[in-house]
Ligand binder design. Structure first.
Ligand code: 0WD
Length: 269
């Protein structure tokens, strides 16, 4: 029997087959989870690109697909109303969403516009709060919320700029939410993934250099795979992780523990 047999949940953030949310969804599906999915609303209803990309991936097993811009309260209400109607109660919510306008993302942080800051924070951090406030009303005891973050929220990663500031706020939000929702029986966690080529990450400067750094500096001397992130995401949302909350679990081949390059890299220079 799969770890998610009889379990139901919501997945926010599949843009295409490179999305981290898709890597996690594949593992959840393999373990028997039933899921509802959201996509960014399509601007042109005649050409629903976002919806089509998502449908292509989950068509065989989704319980429902709805458009949802996390800036839009009505969209959010509609998703949770549908989840309640379809599932009654849910077991998990996956939040795999981030955005910053390109002009602000490219940095430097001291030049970020007021509007760009507000928008980036709203989509990348506040969205978790708006999901959590709705989710707690339909989560089953033992239920949980998982969000995606990156080391740039803990340490300065040149090129990550305003998104690092957003991830710091997100990681703090996860801890506060874990404290608030814990007494209700809910867990809230973060998975901090190493760099993976996706739509969002291609917008972050110096991405290719970053993956090379992981290959030479991380204890495992390689970068991680989408499948590894998928499996750990699934684990964190499963009952196998029932004692874990407020955690920020790194799936990064150990990169985050290094304070200086390893000896073999130092002696090569
Ligand atoms: O290396 C990476 N790719 C890493 C990503 C390393 C560590 C963490 N992450 C994080 C990201 O910061 C994000 O929080 O993982 C999460 C998922 O990112 P992803 O899978 O790398 O990127 P992508 O496939 O683009 O999914 C993010 C999605 C959006 O995609 P696009 O590319 O269309 O912006 O976030 C969603 C959207 O589907 N999104 C929104 N959803 C609802 N309302 C909104 C919005 N306003 N804006 C973006």
């Amino acid at each position: 029997m799969g770890l998610f047999e009889g379990k139901k949940g919501l997945v926010f953030g599949i843009a295409n087959d490179h999305s981290i949310a898709w890597a996690i969804t594949q593992q959840l599906h393999a373990e028997g989870a039933e899921m509802g999915f959201t996509h960014l609303p399509d601007k042109d209803p005649e050409r629903p690109r976002m919806e089509r990309r998502l449908r292509k991936l989950v068509d065989d097993f989704d319980k429902f697909i709805l458009p949802c811009d996390v800036q839009n309260e009505e969209n959010l209400d509609a998703v949770f109303a549908k989840a309640k109607e379809e599932f009654g109660e849910i077991d998990f919510v996956l939040h795999s969403i981030a955005y910053a306008p390109m002009d602000d993302l490219k940095g430097p942080v001291h030049n970020v516009s007021r509007d760009g800051f507000k928008l980036s924070m709203e989509i990348s951090c506040y969205s978790l709060i708006s999901l959590a406030s709705r989710a707690r009303k339909i989560l089953k005891p033992g239920g949980n919320i998982l969000s995606l973050t990156y080391l740039g929220g803990e340490k300065v990663i040149p090129g990550y700029n305003i998104m690092g500031v957003c991830k710091s706020a997100l990681e703090s939000t996860i801890e506060y939410l874990a404290n608030e929702l814990g007494p209700e029986g809910f867990r809230v966690n973060a998975l901090s993934a190493g760099p993976l080529k996706t739509l969002s990450s291609s917008a972050v400067g110096e991405f290719d250099q970053m993956t090379k750094l992981y290959e030479s500096f991380s204890p495992l001397r390689r970068n991680i795979t989408p499948e590894e992130v998928g499996k750990t995401g699934m684990f964190l949302m499963s009952d196998q992780a029932s004692g874990i909350s407020g955690e920020n679990l790194h799936v990064d081949a150990g990169y985050h523990i290094m304070g200086a390059p390893p000896h073999d890299v130092q002696s090569a220079n």
